[in-house]
Design a protein around this ligand. Sequence first.
Ligand code: IPM
Ligand code: MN
Length: 339
Amino acid sequence: MTQRVHSIAVIGGDGIGPEVTGAALEVVRAAGVSFTTKEFDLGAARYLRDGFVLDDATLERLRGFDAIMLGAIGPAIGDTRIPGGTLERGLLLRMRFGLDLYINFRPFHAVQGSLAEGCDFAIVRENTEGPYAGEGGVLRYGTPHEVATQGSVNTRFGVERCVRYAFDHAARAARPKVTLVHKTNVLIYAGDLWSRVVAEVKKEYPQVEVDYNHVDAACIYLVEDPQRYSVIVTDNLFGDILSDLAGAVTGGIGFAASGNINPTKSGASLFEPVHGAAHDIVGTNRANPLAAVSSAVLMLEHLGENEAAARIAAAVRDFQGDASILGTSGITAQLLERL
Ligand code: IPM
Ligand code: MN
């Protein structure tokens, strides 16, 4: 059997981004996966150097890779030279929308000693619609009569493909259960659409249990009763907020992985840790690469490298010691040894 050689676009980005993607790729290589890499210089540092964020040609080049691995994007805290939204909307969201990465998949495996110890669940976040779509605008800017609107876009098509992904995943999960999280008591139009789609898709998955929580209640449950969850499905903004909370109760955002996935493969899927660029610890060997490594596991599953993915996931699960003492190199060395 000839082994496939995967082409991976690497956007190390800013701060500790290049350190954690470097460690993750080293682990993937050690697991026996063959791949080539092409680096893309994108992010805050690039923007500050020459004003470039992302253009159509670069987006089209990214589309053609088997996967994209991203470290972190963003300036140092307190650096105000980049207007808010420039990189978020211009780079991250542009890739999510342009490559149709309509699922943001965030699995959480609670580490020992965390609030949610013993819990395993995932958030399936819709990744191309909701308030992130950018509907809205401003009138009478800067006057006392200023009007700002920011709509939430929910299409039948977009909601259904996200809900289907959640059910597919739940059907294969240890506990086949999908919990819709929304705010149907207030956001009655969008909430009704999400609820109806969940009820309809559920008919095709008799073995999958369905539950519903309002988003405010879900914040309490994630802290006080996280074991009730297996797969949460929710819209873009609720999913963004809940996944930070889920990261906090399962061991910290330093462990949280995410896959921005286009299941149809019409564009390269993008894998990134949920954490930020942490400029304050660059070059000090203090960056925790576990979230980037776990994101690489999601990438390998997407690429069909299930055996290597399972071995790396087991090494991460069996990781022992204090991440803050071992540091980037110590953690990476332990993972390499466990492979
Ligand atoms: C995330 C981030 C992004 C989001 C920002 C940086 C645009 O918070 O991936 O969760 O809101 O989706
Ligand atoms: Mn977020």
